[in-house]
Design a protein. Structure first.
Length: 133
């Protein structure tokens, strides 16, 4: 079974990377709508057995997530950029990745980013893959 480990990393150098966004209605300041985003670069690595064929990246924009078609072989890593509305970072945010294995079994794996206890940085909690039956 594949297992997609996700880590927060520094901004990768070079080429373009896939971008996702966690946002809802704009925040209003002095009657004006503002949208400020905090960029979080993530490294996704398949540390399980067999390949993972990603289907969607769920940010809350819709029920099933945004299309994210990519194949992760064992130990392969890829980076993505997750832009999160700044005012949401204090409470923490969750997202998920839906993917299939070589036998077309589908899995969902949940993740949560929240401010760490020191208040200086962020921690990322990685959930276990759940088979969708």
């Amino acid at each position: 079974q594949p297992f997609l480990n996700v880590k927060i990393v520094s901004k990768p150098s070079g080429g373009s990377i896939k971008q996702f966004k966690i946002a809802d209605d704009p925040k209003y300041v002095d009657g004006k709508a503002t949208q400020e985003f905090y960029p979080i670069y993530l490294s996704i690595t398949n540390i399980g057995n067999g390949f993972a064929n990603t289907l969607t990246f769920g940010t809350g924009e819709n029920l099933t997530g945004v299309g994210y078609k990519d194949v992760f072989t064992v130990n392969e890593s890829k980076e993505v950029l997750l832009n999160v509305q700044t005012h949401k970072m204090g409470k923490g945010v969750g997202f998920f990745i839906l993917y299939a294995d070589s036998m077309t079994n589908e899995y969902i794996q949940n993740y949560e980013i929240k401010r760490n206890e020191s208040g200086v940085g962020y921690d990322l909690d990685v959930g276990y893959p759940v088979l969708i039956e």
